[in-house]
Design a protein. Structure first.
Length: 433
């Protein structure tokens, strides 16, 4: 596929990180900017995975990233799509050597924080086919003298989800300490993030990585989530300046977001006992320096995940000599739910109450077609039940009147069971609000 690309590659010079044993590329920015660069169209090899519900595009030459994910029932892009490849000033290197491509899609950050060293270099890619599934495995190298990474991206027939299986390998005879993160740049169906994008972190506290919002706590400090000082930070409309936060509680094993303008959402479902890290970043409405990374003024947000709790050294991952670390997580787009309150590897649920009309708004999206029953319980008593056949292109959505007797101490439970009576997904809103 063709992408307008600035000529940054002509100004990259090799460097070496002796601590991690990694070669990296630094940008001679002064010379690059003195040349008054402009973008020209460049063709990149693209690997396409497609089933009934999703279309994935992987670009091995740009860090092996998953560049596109189209949710076919609504023909919407999940990821941010930058109009150009342009070297920003962000990244792990000092001063004018620093650069990073806000290309969009999902990238792999190794061996250090802040996007790592390998976001813009070619990765090896191999394709594996099995009955009902296709997997692309991208590898950063075959090196034997440092930690290396391979990522298996799998799309299965009949599923509106793809899996990502990172594997970190330490082939050396020494203990190695690294940071590894995957980073998804998202807009959820729009060219730029919208004000009514809702961030879903099932935690009561986050720790600030960085921010330029003086009304919020500073680096390393905790803040309540989602409400802080009267601001509901789960809504992008309340973000004024750049902010990055790490979730302090990831035990529920999912995070996500929902764009209420496009009615499109995504959930990351992961094993918290291995991949405990969950970070959220967004620019805020008052950020104006978009020319650092794009030419069209667009903005996006980032959902990060990995085995490290934060970017700080004390939370880095340690691999013993010859050891490896791997896990599998699911990325699930869905549409037409009206929000996101819970997700697992089978379904996403939304349970909202409109305080103005005393109505509960229910939504259920499954990653495969399922028949069963959707139930709403009030204080463990059935208030509503309906047989339903649910599929990624036909989510279940209904409004249920609530009795006048409901109190602030009542609890609501949304439950989806399959035809055999087994629970597919369940969410309890407690206390009722």
């Amino acid at each position: 596929m063709d992408i307008p690309t600035y000529p940054y590659a002509n100004y990259l010079r090799e460097g070496f990180d002796g601590q991690h044993g990694f070669t990296f590329w630094r940008l001679e920015r002064a010379a690059y900017e003195a040349a008054h660069p402009t973008p020209t169209s460049r063709s990149y090899r693209a690997l396409v995975l497609e089933n009934e519900y999703l279309r994935l595009v992987i670009l091995p030459e740009i860090g092996g990233r998953v560049y596109r994910c189209v949710f076919k029932p609504t023909r919407q892009e999940i990821f941010y799509q930058n109009a150009v490849l342009k070297p920003s000033r962000w990244g792990p290197l000092p001063g004018d050597q620093n650069w990073w491509l806000a290309a969009g899609g999902m990238e792999w950050a190794l061996p250090v924080h802040e996007h790592g060293y390998e976001f813009g270099i070619p990765w090896e890619a191999t394709v594996q086919r099995e009955d009902g599934a296709v997997t692309v495995i991208v590898r950063d190298s075959q090196a034997q003298d440092r930690v290396r990474a391979e990522i298996a991206i799998t799309l299965r027939a009949g599923q509106a989800a793809f899996t990502v299986r990172p594997r970190l390998i330490n082939p050396t005879g020494q203990v190695q300490t690294v940071q590894f993160w995957l980073n998804a740049m998202l807009t959820l169906g729009s060219s730029s993030i919208t004000g009514d994008t809702e961030f879903v972190l099932p935690t009561t506290q986050v720790v600030v990585h960085s921010t330029s919002d003086a009304a919020l706590p500073g680096e390393h400090q905790t803040m309540t989530w989602p409400i802080y000082a009267g601001r509901d930070m789960s809504w992008y409309d309340n973000w004024h300046a750049p902010l990055g936060v790490f979730s302090l509680d990831t035990e529920q094993g999912f995070v996500g977001a929902y764009n209420h303008t496009t009615d499109l959402g995504v959930a990351r479902v992961f094993p918290p006992e291995i991949a405990r890290g969950a970070k959220l970043f967004a620019f805020g409405s008052e950020f104006r320096d978009t020319a650092q990374y794009t030419d069209d003024g667009s903005k996006y947000f980032e959902l990060w995940g990995g085995p490290c709790a934060t970017f700080w050294p004390e939370d880095a991952t340690t691999l013993a000599p010859g050891a490896s670390l791997e896990w599998t997580e699911h990325w699930q787009p869905f549409a037409g739910l009206g929000g996101l309150d819970y997700a697992n590897t089978a379904a996403a649920l939304s349970l909202r109450r409109d305080p103005g009309d005393g109505t509960a708004h229910l939504g259920v999206a499954t990653i495969t077609q399922r028949s069963g029953t959707v139930t709403l319980l009030l204080d463990d008593q059935v208030l509503f039940a309906s047989a339903a056949t649910i599929a990624p292109d036909t989510p279940f959505r209904v409004d249920v009147p609530l009795p006048a007797s409901i109190t602030p101490h009542s609890k609501l439970t949304l439950r989806c069971v399959d035809a055999a009576g087994d629970i597919v997904a369940e969410f309890t809103q407690e206390p009722y609000q």
